[in-house]
Design a protein around this ligand. Structure first.
Ligand code: ADP
Ligand code: MG
Length: 212
């Protein structure tokens, strides 16, 4: 941090690349407890986002994030597209028309994104969804930044918390989304959406700590 609007777009491109690289893995996870499309959905959504990014050159961070969100909502079927879309739109609203983001903006954007997902999907922690990775990650990030840590280091703590959250989803019953139809049979499998959330945060951490 600070993160310019141009760097924000590069970070979004990096997220798209990670999701493309993990397309088969995420789809395989979804084949165990869903309908085998999570990786396909995420890669498709971020491919559409990538095509929009050139038009956003020179725009502020809020506009970029809102456009990413709207693109995900409109191009991705299934639960995760609208949920991640809402997250990016809320993040965009939280940062407003700023052109350079600081650590406070990052915390605010993450908080708004998670609130948006919870409002739209009505999932709480322990329901075996992306919230199980995102919420503990947010708490860790917020704590590190409040303690004066730099964004890259704070994000790294968030990634560790998200990874633990993904691990936690293996042992619990799904209560939201398609996986909930399986009831107890969903136990033993890690949640695809929690996994994509972890991968997104990991890419953000790597991006932020790789920059000087
Ligand atoms: P679909 O389930 O419609 O096929 P995806 O496969 O793309 O959509 O996404 C599945 C993921 O979406 C799940 O692994 C879970 O993390 C997340 N998810 C599903 N429903 C909810 C919800 N109500 N709240 C939060 N996350 C959810
Ligand atoms: Mg699915």
């Amino acid at each position: 941090m600070p993160l310019t609007a141009q760097e924000l777009m590069d970070m979004i491109r990096a997220i798209g690349q990670t999701l493309e690289e993990n397309k088969a893995f995420l789809t395989e996870l979804d084949s165990a407890i869903g309908d085998a499309d999570h990786g396909i959905n995420m890669a498709k959504g971020f491919h559409a986002v990538e095509e929009k990014l050139p038009d956003l050159t020179g725009k502020d961070a809020g506009t970029i994030l809102k456009t990413v969100g709207m693109t995900l909502v409109s191009t991705v079927g299934g639960a995760a597209g609208p949920l991640y879309g809402t997250a990016f739109m809320r993040a965009g609203m939280a940062v407003g028309s700023k052109e350079v983001l600081d650590t406070r903006d990052l915390v605010r954007a993450l908080e708004a994104a998670i609130q948006g997902i919870k409002q739209r999907g009505k999932a709480e922690r322990g329901d075996k969804t992306m919230i199980d990775a995102l919420e503990p990650a947010y708490e860790a990030i917020e704590k590190e930044i409040a303690a004066g840590k730099e964004a890259g280091a704070a994000l790294a703590a968030g990634v560790a918390a998200a990874e633990a959250g993904v691990e936690y989803t293996k042992g619990i019953i799904a209560r939201k989304g398609r996986a909930s139809y399986l009831g107890e049979r969903s136990i033993g499998h890690q949640d695809p959406g929690a996994t994509s959330s972890y991968l997104i945060l990991k890419t953000m951490a790597e991006f932020l700590s790789g920059r000087k």
